[in-house]
Design a protein around this ligand. Structure first.
Ligand SMILES: [Zn+2]
Length: 709
């Protein structure tokens, strides 16, 4: 039985008859010439993974073991089966595949439908290890999505130059992006939103100081075991590929949007021109003044306008703006006070007022460069999370009618709240919800957490961004048939389950949660690997190094601190550790040599690194609990030194795999996504009170806007 991902709408097995073949003979019927050329290219790219498979177009001579594939334009005879409700989406993206009597018949109506049919065909082709031929089994599939836009928000320069430099996808060049686009197309994604939230990853002649070039950072050098200072330049500035990426995406029917700040981390401007930042009120304890620029300075407005013009010129299909994650308007300069603070009922409203004004200007600038460039917005995300109907209506009236929403509620509120937003803004403007579980995982210093049970006492945490809640929201979006769903993939390696989930639930929302994990893993990795992979992913037990009381810097995404009552849970994880490790090694070994699966090798390399670190972190935590409870100073020191030891051994393992692991301080505050540095500082300060380092190292600037959580 085929397990196609995303789950098809209709799949019927005939009598389990299979046909073996070495060659595909592909014929086009009633298709336009221009489409034929593109579909041929798609077929070549998608089926390349089947090394020894020959494919030919309109082959007339007799060859051995050939399978005929007819690609037919037109879905009309199937419209009734799809039904009136989904007719439009069936025409736009749907397809039919009928494998019967030694033939494959494919039907489509639109380009995306043709692409998606080939994505499914790729999954229908099988091979047994010891046999020379490929085979396909008789099946009928009629398929279409429930949601038109299925987007992934990925990183391109996420807090780059502020909280981090380059990690995961941000380090990719064209080759890696090409692979990711191909994979996205295989799972029927229609849009990528590249997050550029920090220094710009493209040439910008008017403001070259704001691009991500020659950025000073320290990297760990394993050869001589020391930190070396280097100057980092974003891959797209070393060898420009963004326009090729957009072109390649379009071949697959994938739109490319950028996801940038609406006066929040716009390029390196606020680091380079510190005088242009918001002006804090006197005696403010707020440290994140580099997030937002003062909007009462003409040169700053000129800069922000040039930025969006430049981003539009890149040739993107859309731009999504994000309001600062800080909940309030902070600039207290005289003009901002007059314009925003003194004329608004609250500081949150002052922020929106400033942003409506800015958006109306940037909207015109974008449309003047490209009238077809779509505009999206993530806004009104601050508490109270339940909004009054009248308030939402005012929000809606405050912006141009063709601006779509890339955030609508879903977490910490009843589903009714989402319905309110859909009612006020209309189904066609809702393209995303609060499905950021992967982004929270990505803030975890490269430790893997996917499921709720991967972490310590999850129900006690204030943050409830887990994959389960992403799934629930996607189902809600499908039920109301809104325009789009979006899922975050801010880190990819090790976190492929999010990718499968976001791909599946915009397409078909039938499967229940547990059923889905099982289905997806079997679909991608096969029945033989399924149980081991699920066992590993579900049993990883991750404690963040900040979760010991000694660590005092706030980290809102993981607030629980380990204590005596957690010792049993940690011991249980220690008991399971070797078993999980053995399974990871076995999985790595199998997929390394599998032509189709080896793209996931990196994922398991990261999972193993995280798992090996966890072994050290468990010891770190147990010693931290002993430290907390020790009464005699000598004992305290003994446990402190053991914490120090395990902090180092944990970080040694991270050093083996990751590039961006140091401290970033270009904003003026010290920051690292690894708790290692802050913990080391705290320990050193206790051990050496005469030479204290008083400058705290914050755990990621991305966390600063969430301290209220
Ligand atoms: Zn100001």
């Amino acid at each position: 039985m085929y397990k196609i991902l995303p789950h098809p709408k209709v799949i019927k097995n005939y009598e389990n008859k299979s046909y073996s073949f070495k060659t595909l003979n592909i014929k086009f019927k009633k298709c336009k010439e221009t489409l034929i050329e593109k579909i041929k290219e798609i077929i070549k790219i998608k089926l390349e993974v089947y090394d020894s498979l020959n494919f030919d177009f309109d082959l007339n001579k007799n060859v051995d073991a050939v399978l005929e594939i007819n690609i037919n334009y037109g879905l009309d005879s199937y419209l009734q089966v799809a039904g009136k409700e989904y007719e439009n989406l069936f025409k736009l993206q749907g397809y039919v595949i009928d494998v019967k009597e030694k033939k494959v018949n494919i039907y489509f109506n639109d380009y995306r439908g043709a692409i998606f049919s080939i994505s499914t065909l790729k999954q229908l082709i099988c091979k047994k290890v010891d046999q020379p031929n490929y085979y396909i089994t008789e099946v009928f599939i009629l398929d279409y999505p429930e949601i038109e836009k299925r987007s992934l928000s990925t990183t391109f320069t996420w807090y780059a130059g502020y909280g981090r430099v380059g990690f995961d996808m941000q380090l990719w060049g064209f080759k890696q992006w090409k692979e990711f686009l191909e994979l996205s197309s295989d799972y029927k994604i229609t849009q990528l939103n590249l997050c550029m939230y920090g220094y710009w990853p493209f040439e910008f002649e008017d403001f070259p100081e704001t691009v991500f070039r020659d950025f000073k950072m320290k990297v760990w050098n394993r050869e001589s075991k020391n930190w070396l200072e280097i100057k980092y330049t974003h891959p797209n500035l070393v060898n420009q590929f963004l326009s090729r990426l957009i072109e390649y995406a379009h071949l697959f029917g994938i739109d490319i949007y950028t996801y940038i700040g609406l006066n929040s981390y716009n390029g390196g401007y606020s680091n380079v021109h510190k005088d242009k930042r918001m002006k804090l009120p006197p005696n403010s304890k707020f440290i994140n003044d580099f997030d937002t620029l003062c909007l009462s300075n003409d040169s700053t407005i000129k800069y922000l306008r040039k930025c969006v013009q430049r981003v539009t010129e890149l040739g993107v299909d859309g731009i999504i703006f994000e309001e600062s994650e800080e909940s309030f308007w902070f600039c207290n300069c005289d003009r901002c006070k007059d314009r925003f603070i003194n004329t608004s009922p609250s500081l949150a409203e002052a922020k929106h007022k400033a942003n409506y004004w800015l958006l109306s200007i940037l909207y015109t600038d974008i449309k003047s460069v490209n009238p077809h460039c779509n505009i999206g917005l993530r806004a009104w995300r601050e508490a109270p999370l339940e909004k009054e109907m009248d308030y939402l209506k005012k929000c809606e009236e405050s912006m141009p009618k063709d601006v779509s929403l890339y955030w609508a509620p879903g977490l910490y509120v009843e589903e009714n709240e989402f319905k309110k937003w859909v009612e006020v803004f209309g189904k066609d403007r809702i393209c995303a919800r609060d499905t950021e579980a992967n982004a929270i995982s990505a803030c975890n210093g490269r430790l893997i957490r996917i499921f709720k049970d991967n972490i310590l006492r999850p129900d006690d945490e204030t943050n409830q961004q887990h994959i389960h809640n992403d799934l629930k929201q996607h189902k809600g979006s499908a039920a109301l048939r809104v325009k789009g769903i979006n899922g975050y993939i801010f880190e990819f390696y090790g976190l492929f389950m999010y990718f499968f989930l976001h791909a599946n639930f915009g397409w078909d929302s039938k499967l229940e949660e547990e059923e889905f994990y099982d289905y997806a893993i079997e679909s991608v990795f096969g029945n033989d690997l399924k149980d081991d992979i699920l066992y590993v992913l579900k049993n990883l037990f991750t404690i963040h190094e900040s979760q010991i009381s000694l660590f005092t810097s706030e980290f809102p995404f993981m607030r629980n601190k380990v204590n005596k009552d957690d010792v049993l849970r940690i011991h249980k994880a220690q008991e399971l550790w070797q078993d999980i490790e053995n399974k990871i090694l076995k999985i790595k070994d199998i997929i390394k040599n599998d032509r189709k699966l080896n793209i996931y090798y990196k994922h398991f390399e990261k999972i193993e690194n995280s798992h090996r670190r966890s072994k050290e972190i468990y010891e770190l935590c147990l010693n931290a609990i002993e430290y907390d409870n020790a009464k005699i100073p000598e004992k305290k020191i003994k446990f402190l030194k053991l914490i120090d030891y395990f902090n180092e051994s944990d970080f040694d393992i991270a050093k083996e795999l990751f590039f961006d692991i140091g401290i970033i301080d270009a904003s003026g505050i010290r920051d690292s996504m690894f708790p290692y540095h802050e913990l080391k500082r705290v320990i050193n300060n206790i051990l050496n009170p005469d030479s204290k380092d008083e400058k705290q190292i914050y755990l990621g600037v991305e966390a600063l806007g969430w301290l209220w959580l």
